[in-house]
Design a protein around this ligand. Structure first.
Ligand SMILES: Nc1ncnc2c1ncn2[C@@H]1O[C@H](COP(=O)(O)OP(=O)(O)OP(=O)(O)O)[C@@H](O)[C@H]1O
Ligand SMILES: CC(=O)N[C@H]1[C@@H]2OC[C@@H](O2)[C@@H](O)[C@@H]1O[C@H](C)C(=O)O
Length: 402
């Protein structure tokens, strides 16, 4: 980043609907230059709202995760439908903080990932790796009257990157500490970690998806404990025992050992994977709560294994800061604390440091949009594997010119 990236104060909206498909996170933020750090920014969260998807929307999204079902008519319609829902969420969250839409500089909308295939795929002499996020920015801009930045990931892929993870750029801007190395772990549908060395420059940061976050747990709970769709508080896992044989089978997935950069999604740890576990469970007559305890332990193990394999050889860190919905799963947090204790790494949540586990990614997309609108690069090539910095995001302008 260079001196021209100095920011002016502005209000923005960030929208996130993640791989868990639990709903829309919407945040209104005030962004200002940091008084303390050169090139840093400060974000004040003015309002936050989570709007859960209703059952019909959720099942229509899930239908699109299977490429055989995701016919072009369904994808096109869902793209517009989600655009409408994101617009409603935007207007609702703006209403909560007493601002009007005309005061908002821009919206940053992540969209809903329905397909993520980051591995190189050469065809016709071109790399056709791809990632698909839907929820059209043009609908959001037109309903709200606010410019909307959406479809961030493709620009990074066009530069040869994985298109993920993108939040590390914002963590670099918001959290880099002059003296301490920080580890920031998100546990959403997928888990991802960012390593922020003390006083880091973007070239020194690395980040990657650690594996499943809540995705396997949610998938199993939906099948085995319907109508529940998550293990609230980790209560089911707390009543079960880890099944060593199942844990060992899950730990063998090649994802845990492939070299960085790497990212993953539902294509690897979604419904098909859950169906395999349920088959094994039936064949071995395992108890349902033991299977949930094992899936929970696997997520904790994958985070510690990532630390040992990719981070510890280069960086000593005293703390791991957890964000995302997984921070509310007490059994997962307990397992993490136990597994990190021998490494002298303290496991804390965003709330422990005055942050907000739910709002973090929505805030990040507001900040990414600010960079896009100012034509500043907002990926970190070392993190995504892109060949160069790029300006990510496509801008949709509202019908009325402001
Ligand atoms: N009270 C709770 N107890 C246990 N788990 C919870 C609780 N609240 C949320 N979760 C888990 O967190 C998930 C949602 O997390 P989050 O919103 O961070 O994910 P996401 O943003 O959809 O995913 P990603 O970051 O991978 O894109 C839920 O699906 C659930 O598994
Ligand atoms: C393709 C996609 O949607 N990836 C998500 C997913 O959810 C968590 C992890 O996998 C991360 O790589 C990414 O999201 C966050 C917001 C990111 O890009 O940093």
């Amino acid at each position: 980043m260079n001196k021209s990236s100095k920011v002016d104060a502005a209000y923005l909206v960030g929208l996130m609907s993640g791989t868990s498909v639990d709903g829309i996170d919407a945040a209104v933020v005030k962004l200002s230059p940091s008084a303390e750090r050169e090139h840093g920014v400060e974000i004040e969260l003015l309002a936050f709202e989570n709007t859960p998807f209703d059952a019909q929307v959720r099942s229509s999204i899930f239908e699109l995760f299977d490429p055989a079902n995701a016919t072009i008519d369904k994808v096109g319609a869902m793209n517009m439908w989600l655009g409408e829902l994101y617009a409603q969420a935007t207007l609702s969250v703006i209403g909560k903080c007493g601002l009007s839409a005309s005061q908002i500089f821009a919206i940053g909308s992540h969209g809903q990932t329905i397909y993520h295939a980051p591995e190189e795929k050469v065809k016709g002499g071109f790399n056709l790796h791809c990632t698909v996020q839907i929820g059209d920015g043009a609908v959001i801009a037109n309903r709200t009257g606010i410019p909307c930045v959406s479809d961030f990931r493709v620009a990074d892929m066009a530069a040869g990157g994985q298109g993920a993870p993108l939040v590390p750029f914002t963590e670099y801007l918001l959290f880099t500490d002059p003296e301490k190395t920080l580890l920031m772990q998100n546990i959403g549908g997928i888990g991802n970690v960012t390593v922020l060395p003390a006083n880091a420059s973007p070239e020194q940061i690395f980040a990657f998806d650690t594996g499943p976050g809540n995705m396997i747990i949610d998938g199993l709970v939906s099948q085995l404990f319907a109508p529940m769709s998550m293990d609230a508080g980790g209560a089911i896992a707390a009543g079960g025992q880890v099944i060593d044989e199942l844990l060992a089978w899950m730990q063998q997935d090649e994802y845990y050992t492939i070299p960085l950069p790497k990212s993953t999604g539902r294509e690897r740890f979604g419904q098909q994977y859950v169906a395999l576990i349920i088959e094994l469970m039936k064949a071995n007559e395992w108890k349902a709560e033991d299977v949930i305890a094992t899936a929970t332990h696997l997520t904790a193990w994958s985070i510690v294994d990532s630390y040992e394999r990719y981070i510890k050889p280069q960086h000593q860190a005293g703390q791991l800061l957890i964000g995302g919905g997984g921070s509310y799963n007490k059994t997962l947090m307990r397992d993490l604390q136990q597994l990190f204790a021998p490494h002298q790494v303290q496991v804390l949540t965003q709330e422990d440091i005055g942050g907000n586990s739910d709002a973090k990614e929505a805030i990040a997309f507001a900040l990414l949009a600010y960079y896009t609108m100012n034509r500043l690069p907002n990926n970190i090539p070392r993190v995504t594997g892109a060949s160069r910095p790029v300006i990510m995001g496509k801008v949709s302008y509202p019908y009325l010119v402001r």
